[in-house]
Ligand binder design. Structure first.
Ligand code: 5RP
Length: 267
């Protein structure tokens, strides 16, 4: 006897159900094996992952309101920004060009035929759209989970307005639960790590990662950051540090936060 199987297929956002009937009894065992193999190889997103993706999509769409005709805009890096790039593609004829904060973002902009330009060809960017790993209501951020912190910080510095887009899981009272990324010149790894320990942190090398600038990343665990602007400056003073992922001296100008229902704005 042949069995019908109900198979749920998920692409990370939506779930489809398909009915499949194997051709023979013998192949049904094969199919069962393959079905379980498929489920094993494709991690099933939890409700919270799906919710978080919805929130990211929602806040990415809200950022479009900050894009005006003929602007040259800065575009950050990460999964939230990837949703923004998808939305931007719909109105790409309205902007002049985009400056990418990473090779990954440049590739995605290219895929959507959104014109790119180098930062050295422009004086000032009118607006910069980027995500964050943590944010406070004072618009201080931790960034660099995607390893693009240095280019992101350069673009933020060169932008008139920095619009940061996050889902509500990223909003915190005190920064530091998310390990603080520090981009470091490779030969200075041990020296910088010792200095970071003396500041009270526990630096860990991000394994297998080389930044777009050819450097390594040390992630500092177990920090509770009560004075982000001071710590940002102190870490940047360590010889061998390229920059760290605290965005407090040049914070966001606008924080858009999605809770899945609506998007809240903090300025
Ligand atoms: C990359 C970043 C990202 O903005 C940050 O990691 C958030 O990423 P995501 O939107 O995927 O949560 O700083 O260097």
């Amino acid at each position: 006897m042949n069995h019908w199987f109900k198979l749920q297929v998920c692409n990370g956002t939506t779930v489809d159900t398909v009915n499949i009937k194997p051709v023979t009894e013998e192949s049904s065992d094969d199919f069962l094996y393959n079905r379980w193999r498929f489920i094993y190889l494709t991690p099933w997103p939890t409700n919270s992952t799906m919710d978080q993706n919805t929130k990211k999509q929602q806040v990415a769409a809200a950022a479009l309101a900050y894009i005006k005709d003929d602007m040259i805009i800065g575009v950050g890096t990460g999964s939230t920004v990837n949703y923004f790039i998808e939305q931007l593609a719909q109105i790409k004829h309205r902007i002049e060009a985009a400056v990418a904060s990473s090779e990954a973002t440049a590739a995605l902009l290219k895929k959507f035929h959104i014109p790119t330009i180098s930062l050295n060809s422009v004086n000032e960017l009118q607006v910069y759209i980027d995500g964050a790993d943590e944010a406070t209501k004072y618009l201080h951020l931790i960034k660099g989970g995607g390893g693009a912190l240095t280019r992101e910080k350069i673009i933020a510095a060169a932008s008139a307005k920095f619009v940061c887009i996050i889902d509500d899981s990223k909003l915190v009272n005190v920064l530091g639960q998310f390990p603080l990324p520090v981009e470091v010149i490779p030969m200075a790894q041990s020296y910088v790590a010792r200095k970071l320990v003396s500041l009270g942190g526990q630096p860990l090398l991000r394994q297998g990662v080389t930044t777009d600038n050819g450097n390594i990343i040390l992630d500092i665990h177990h920090l509770s950051i009560h004075q982000p602007a001071e710590l940002e400056a102190e870490i940047n003073q360590i010889t061998g540090v390229v920059t760290n992922g605290l965005f407090a001296r040049r914070p966001a100008d606008v924080l858009l936060i999605s809770d899945g229902q609506s998007v809240k704005t903090i300025t």
